[in-house]
Design a protein around this ligand. Structure first.
Ligand SMILES: *Cc1c(COP(=O)(O)O)cnc(C)c1O
Length: 458
């Protein structure tokens, strides 16, 4: 009310020291790491924006929950609390705990996918895509056209392309066991999906008799955007928006490492008892007994508490405003970004940031090197290093349409002063952007090369 900066709705009870290094130290770390920030030890990083996954700060209530967690092998009190929270929010009776989101994906897609099957989604997250593809099925992305243009402002850029969905459901009748929707749409820049689009997707699925599931890692952030941006939701509580959203679906899976504010965990929830039984039988084989599924009782306790904290409106206001605060400071400094600013991260358009570096010389990676070298900040490239594909026959390299650098903001971890520091540093790098140099690979692994690649400056 008094200030334009997003004030933190918490005070700090425990602190963790972080240390700024000298430029010389950072040069040495970069050299050692082959100019790949994945290989830089976290202790030598000042502000770490590599990911918002599993990096949240837990609350005093959650840390208290770790002590009161029930570690019984079967029928733990903490499981019943976890199950009750998920049933309360989603309305789905069948609840299956897993140790991360991708195990939920593995259980589900190894059961329903095989060659000839198609799984449509607004945009598959990379682990989702991999779990569908690993079972021989087609992971089909159906984003709206606006999602592919970084400059285009749209309040719900994460929406499903409804005409395209209708068309595949007709053309591939009988080979689509489920339609998925990712909220917020992570791979499309953390952009939200509107309730109108959720409802319409649900109606199309019902018409074709196909179940509809959410990949809901960031559902609370999505519900907050509905509350803020969609007509008719201003006066509705965010938890009720969530309940409405889930009422249109048949099930969901979640990586609790995002909006459930914990460092590990995930789950599946659904209406279909028979499918749930099949998944539980598999769960026992690869994770554990159905009342813990690869987690300790204390983890289940922390998730049960974190799910409600993640829906707290003061928290969600601060959370989304902090991400926007960083984005707006960068825009004021002229830095080219994906617009509008998403829910969990700010994405820099690296092709516009350093137009003198061709995609073959990894402009996004060059920018991550400069951010670490100049300021001890770690970001991640989502561009030619991660996605360029070589045609095995012609040897010609196909580059992705965008080269982005993601600044993912961990939840409740950094203050707004840290955000101001990051913005200042990036604007300074932008002013000297003609000094950034292209890179070439000296080592690449045959798959997922971005994690272990080594590079040198051209
Ligand atoms: C993180 C994430 C996953 C995978 O979850 P993990 O907990 O990392 O295994 C799946 N889908 C989305 C949308 C995610 O953000």
């Amino acid at each position: 009310m008094f200030m334009n900066i997003p004030v933190e709705p918490f005070r700090i009870k425990t602190v963790e020291r972080i240390r700024q290094t000298t430029r010389e130290e950072r040069e040495a770390y970069l050299k050692e790491a082959g100019l790949n920030v994945f290989a830089v030890p976290s202790e030598s990083i000042f502000v770490d924006l590599l990911t918002d996954s599993g990096t949240s700060a837990m609350s005093d209530q959650q840390w208290g929950g770790l002590l009161t967690g029930d570690e019984a092998y079967a029928g733990s009190r903490s499981f019943y609390r976890f199950e009750a929270a998920i049933r309360d929010i989603t309305g789905f009776p069948q609840v299956i705990p897993t140790h991360q989101g991708r195990v939920a994906e593995n259980l589900l897609f190894s059961t329903i996918c095989r060659p000839g099957i198609t799984i449509p989604n607004n945009t598959h997250f990379d682990t989702t895509h991999a779990n569908v593809a690993a079972n021989g099925a087609d992971a089909l992305n159906l984003p709206v056209p606006e999602a592919l243009h970084p400059e285009t402002e749209h309040p719900f850029k994460g929406n499903m392309n409804l005409e395209a969905l209708e068309k595949v459901l007709t053309e591939r009748k009988g080979s689509i066991p489920l339609v998925a929707m990712t909220v917020t749409n992570n791979s499309a820049g953390g952009q939200p999906v509107s309730m109108e689009n959720i409802k319409a997707t649900s109606q199309i699925c019902r018409k074709h008799g196909v179940p509809f599931f959410f990949d809901c890692a960031r559902y609370a952030e999505n519900c907050w955007f509905i509350h803020e941006r969609e007509a008719g939701y201003k006066n509705k509580k965010v938890i009720d928006i969530a309940r409405e959203m889930f009422s249109y679906a048949d099930g969901c899976w979640m990586s609790a490492k995002k909006d459930a504010l914990v460092n590990i965990g995930g789950f599946l929830a659904m209406k279909d008892e028979k499918l749930a039984q099949t998944l539980r039988n598999k769960l026992i084989l690869i994770e554990g007994f159905p009342t813990y599924g690869g987690l300790a009782g204390r983890d289940l306790e922390a998730i049960a508490i974190g799910l409600y904290e993640g829906l707290d409106e003061d928290y969600l206001k601060y959370r989304t405003e902090q991400v926007r605060y960083l984005g707006e400071m960068l825009m004021a400094g002229g830095v080219p970004l994906v617009k509008p600013i998403g829910g969990h991260a700010v994405f820099i358009d690296a092709l516009a940031f350093c137009p003198h570096i061709p995609q073959s010389e990894f402009p996004g990676v060059a920018l991550t090197v400069a951010l670490y070298r100049e300021a001890g900040i770690r970001a991640v490239e989502i561009g030619s290093m991660m996605f360029a594909e070589k045609d095995p026959k012609t040897g010609k390299v196909e580059y992705p349409p965008l080269d982005l650098v993601r600044l993912a903001i961990p939840r409740r971890v950094y203050t707004n002063t840290h955000m101001a520091y990051v913005a200042d540093a990036i604007v300074a790098v932008y002013k000297n952007r003609d000094k950034l140099r292209g890179l070439r690979l000296t080592y690449e692994a045959p798959m997922l090369r971005h994690f272990t690649a080594r590079l040198e400056e051209v």
